[in-house]
Design a protein around this ligand. Structure first.
Ligand code: DGY
Length: 321
């Protein structure tokens, strides 16, 4: 019997063909917007497998409707959009897509760091708006990256990949993490620091930790106050790790110099959000893993997990076992 699966968004054709060859495929492909909750509620009651994105909130209430669901395959490395405890209690496997997006996300993190330090968005606007009148000694001056101190909060795969990039720029790299990683210290030449020390000493602070109850609001008023007035905060992890109101105040008052943000508490961030009114914020729409190759690999990996999960095989990357 062919297992029924529901896919919550349009995917590359080859990935959909693969799923359709193995399962009875249903899909929300009307528009490139999140599936309406009512449809998701209806489908989850009937399918054996769910392929979803970080835009879907897979909460306990939704999971209660599932009758035959065996696997939830999330096309992301993060899985804070899913109530893992509820899924586990119902015996539903949850999978994610680690590894394939590491280098692409590290590239984007470093690109955002460079763009924020050297004010690329502002500079582009100056040129396009006709405000570039002459070469001027201190026009659009930013912060140096080469040789600066980089603080990484969360030394997982992406943290390590960002550290390598920092080393390429001769940066002194500090990190803090739930557990100290002496092997990484040795191989990459990075130094462990407690959060407070990292915040005090770093010229760039990159948030790369997973979003959990422990990291929610980890960077707030007190933490921002420890940072140098010339420091730059980069967040490519999850918006909720940083208190946005506190960040706004720190940026506005000059307590820190700038921020580069790929993620927000609410996504899409409302256009009238105070952070978007500040010139020292570079804001981009959650594109950390967005290269054609990587997004295709993530979709294919999540499709493999989906098919494995509904056909009684053990998916490769299970987060709740
Ligand atoms: C993830 O994988 O968790 C990203 O945030 C989406 O690419």
């Amino acid at each position: 019997m062919r297992r029924k699966v529901f896919v919550t968004r349009r995917l590359p054709a080859e990935v959909l063909d693969f799923i359709a060859a193995n399962c009875e495929l249903r899909i929300w492909d009307q528009e490139d917007i999140p599936v309406p909750r009512a449809l998701l509620e209806q489908e989850i009651a009937d399918v054996d497998g769910l392929f979803c994105l970080i835009t879907e909130n897979i909460d306990r209430e939704l999971l209660r409707r599932a009758q035959h669901l065996k696997v939830i395959s999330n096309m992301a490395v993060g899985f804070n959009n899913i109530d893992i405890q509820a899924a586990t209690q119902q015996g539903i496997l949850v999978t994610n897509t680690p590894g394939v997006l590491t280098e692409t996300t590290a590239d984007l993190t470093f690109a955002l760091l460079l763009a924020t330090a050297r004010r690329l968005a502002e500079a582009s606007n100056v040129l396009r708006s006709g405000d570039w009148k002459t070469w001027s000694p201190m026009m659009l001056t930013g912060q140096d990256i080469f040789g600066a101190t980089l603080g990484i909060i969360g030394m997982g795969r992406i943290g390590e990949a960002v550290a390598k990039r920092g080393k390429g720029f001769s940066m002194d790299v500090l990190y803090c993490n739930r557990t100290r990683k002496r092997d990484v210290e040795e191989t990459l030449g990075v130094r462990y620091a407690e959060l407070e020390q990292l915040l005090r000493e770093s010229d760039f602070v990159c948030v790369l930790a997973p979003y959990t109850s422990e990291t929610k609001g980890l960077i707030g008023k007190k933490e921002l106050a420890l940072m140098k007035s010339s420091a730059i905060l980069i967040n490519t992890a999850r918006g909720g790790i940083v208190d946005e109101q506190a960040l706004y105040e720190a940026l506005k008052s000059g307590e820190i110099w700038a921020a580069g943000l790929d993620v927000f508490e609410t996504e899409p961030i409302p256009l009238e959000h105070p952070l978007l009114q500040l010139p020292n914020v570079v804001a981009i729409p959650h594109i950390g893993s967005a290269s054609i190759k990587t997004r295709t690999a993530m979709a294919q990996m999540a499709a493999n997990h989906l098919v494995q999960g509904v056909t009684g095989r053990i998916p490769q990357h299970i987060v709740n076992r």
